[in-house]
Design a protein around this ligand. Structure first.
Ligand SMILES: Nc1ncnc2c1ncn2[C@@H]1O[C@H](COP(=O)(O)OP(=O)(O)OP(=O)(O)O)[C@@H](O)[C@H]1O
Length: 599
């Protein structure tokens, strides 16, 4: 349990820690208020047991006189009212403490998911290569909630209940040491033994709950993300069945956890009742059988027991919950404490490409890959020219483009823009100069304009820029035919648009920020030849104005390029214009005649 607290504390921000200390102070006040509430009953029972207590020189007699009471009945009535008020006040303090605890826990969900998203987004691109996006989304949304509900809230509740219990037990010890120590020892011992006995089972189901939840997210993402394949291959039933297994495990583990946390309640009620009878017997035998002498103490113990029973039960429940959710907490802690690389400095200006882009002796190895994916790449791309990168599958085209985009950092060699080396100090400025179009665009369910001005707040969208980017991408002919023009909604993930239209939106998106360089990564591969021609016309219109890099399988896409780079096995095999390369043969000739496997 200490490990849970250590982890939780390390996840809290300085502000959260400060608030936590305030919360603990409130909990101590609530514990004290509870004791006062119970202690208030003692004078009441003392008067009931012995009305003579109001005469003489005791505290009760003093109160009787100070209040100007004339008979025992009215004094008892006033005492009842006072006890009730004290009890109400103690309940009010408890409500305020519980409210503060709940607010504190809810606030942590926000802090945690925010820090996790910050951590994820600041990680370099390479970090994402080894991760499943469904897993990240699950951690961000579902697991943070699970950790807060299952670990942090119970941990806070545990402290609050422990403070209340300890304060009350200390008060009872002062009142009647033997009875108090015996009761606390029996109940505490029974709970500790039960927790010890259940701990391995809780670890086991806690671990499997996390696995089952991960499987659910993966299956849901696969099924909903690939809905076309699911429909065509009639995989609906198979996915429904696959989803059922982990969902059932998840529900079962949660139910087991709930019942394990509740089981001792029934035992505790019986134990409490039996204990009270035993205590009564003990008091009667030690007081010489005088019921009047034992009534105040017994009353206080009975009331304290009434207040403590649910508290002790929650103490146990909180500890089992913490144990059950330890795996989720550990995983979240692991993600949050993972070191991120240095964040590239933000840039406010572009690093424009005026003369040439140089790749000098570039080599790159994917993490864990046995062989380098790029080696000895020397390449010069003059500004405002077009460069086609071709090669068989696995030749290293995408890796090369990711290096140019600054997503991957080369292990050897360097990338230079007009002589400036691209490193973490210049990366952001370089990336501001690049527009990127990939094979399939991720469209949001928003207007065409918002999709072109991707990532920009709706009130900041520059409509003129949208129209200009649209014109350059040859999108205006499509948009002009729509009644709402650029304000037309594209529908979830662009289902209402054809492939060519979607790709033209992708080009317009890349052009919105008016970049000097525009990179097309298999941007036309998924299109038919007629649609490809439309998109190629749009790309052709950029020639001479922008530096264009086109990665493709299809040689028809690069016929007009100023330079074509032929990749093979992670190296540059040849460079030249289309006709030159055709004459030279080699991989280019093989690609031309459709022979694959040259990589
Ligand atoms: N995340 C990765 N981890 C390990 N190896 C990788 C990873 N991505 C690519 N590779 C390897 O790097 C090499 C180059 O891959 P790359 O994707 O750059 O080729 P490509 O020419 O773009 O292929 P394609 O035309 O099929 O997209 C391949 O051998 C591939 O297996």
């Amino acid at each position: 349990m200490l490990a849970t607290y250590r982890r939780i504390f390390s996840l809290l921000s300085a502000r959260d820690r400060r608030n936590f200390l305030i919360l603990v102070a409130l909990m101590v006040a609530a514990g004290a208020a509870e004791v006062v509430g119970v202690a208030a009953i003692i004078p009441l029972f003392a008067v009931i047991a012995d009305p003579a207590a109001i005469s003489g020189d005791g505290m009760l007699a003093g109160l009787y006189e100070w209040g100007g009471f004339t008979d025992t009945r009215s004094f008892l009535g006033a005492l009842c009212l006072a006890v009730f008020t004290v009890l109400l006040l103690s309940v009010a303090v408890r409500i305020v403490t519980n409210y503060a605890s709940a607010r504190f826990s809810r606030g942590i969900v926000l802090t945690l998911s925010q820090s996790l998203l910050t951590k994820y987004l600041r990680n370099p691109y390479e970090w994402y290569l080894a991760r499943h996006s469904a897993d990240l989304a699950k951690s961000l949304l579902a697991e943070t909630k699970q950790v807060v509900n299952g670990s942090i809230t119970p941990a806070i509740k545990f402290i609050s209940d422990a403070i209340a219990t300890v304060t009350m037990v200390l008060f009872l010890v002062r009142l009647e040491p033997v009875g108090a120590v015996l009761t606390a020892g029996t109940v505490g011992g029974a709970f500790t033994f039960l927790y010890w006995w259940l701990r391995h089972r809780l670890d086991e189901i806690g671990k499997d709950r996390r696995h089952a939840n991960r499987e659910r997210f993966q299956i849901a993402q696969e099924a909903l993300g690939g809905i076309k394949d699911v429909k065509i291959l009639a995989l609906e039933e198979s996915y429904i069945r696959r989803f059922h297994g982990p969902s059932q495990r998840l529900a079962q583990h949660q139910a087991t956890m709930d019942i394990l946390g509740e089981v001792p309640r029934y035992g505790l009620e019986a134990l409490g009742f039996g204990g009270m009878l035993l205590f009564l017997f003990f008091l009667l035998s030690t007081s010489g059988g005088d019921p009047g002498a034992i009534l105040p103490i017994f009353g206080a113990f009975a009331l304290a027991g009434l207040r403590l029973l649910p508290t002790v039960q929650t103490l146990f429940r909180s500890s089992t919950q913490m144990r059950f959710n330890q795996t989720a907490l550990d995983a979240l802690f692991g993600d949050l404490s993972e070191a991120t690389g240095p964040s590239p400095r933000p840039a406010t200006v572009n690093l424009p490409l005026e003369r040439e882009l140089v790749l000098d002796g570039i080599a790159y190895n994917y993490p864990g890959a046995p062989a380098p994916s790029l080696e000895g790449i020397d390449l010069t791309i003059p500004a405002r020219t077009s460069c086609g990168i071709v090669g068989a599958t696995g030749a290293g085209k995408t890796t090369l483009v990711d290096i140019v985009l600054g997503l991957l950092v080369p292990h050897e060699g360097e990338l230079r823009v007009d002589g400036t080396k691209i490193d973490e100090t210049t990366l952001r400025a370089w990336q501001r100069s690049i527009g990127y179009v990939q094979q399939s665009i991720h469209l949001t369910d928003d207007t065409i304009a918002a999709n072109i001005a991707y990532g920009i707040a709706p009130d900041k969208i520059d409509e003129e820029r949208v129209a200009r980017a649209g014109r350059m991408a040859r999108l205006d002919e499509v948009v002009d035919a729509l009644p709402d023009g650029y304000r037309t909604t594209v529908g979830d993930r662009g289902l209402r648009l054809s492939g060519g239209q979607r790709q033209r939106i992708a080009i317009a998106r890349a052009l919105y920020r008016d970049p000097e360089v525009i990179v097309f990564d298999e941007a036309t591969s998924a299109l038919d030849t007629v649609t490809e021609q439309e998109v190629m016309d749009a790309i052709g219109a950029l020639r001479g104005e922008k530096t264009v890099v086109i990665v493709t399988h299809r040689l028809s896409t690069v016929t007009g390029c100023d330079q074509i780079v032929v990749m093979r096995g992670g190296r540059v095999e040849a460079t030249g214009r289309y006709d030159e390369l055709r004459r030279r043969g080699g991989t280019f000739e093989a690609l031309l005649t459709g022979i694959r496997g040259a990589a």
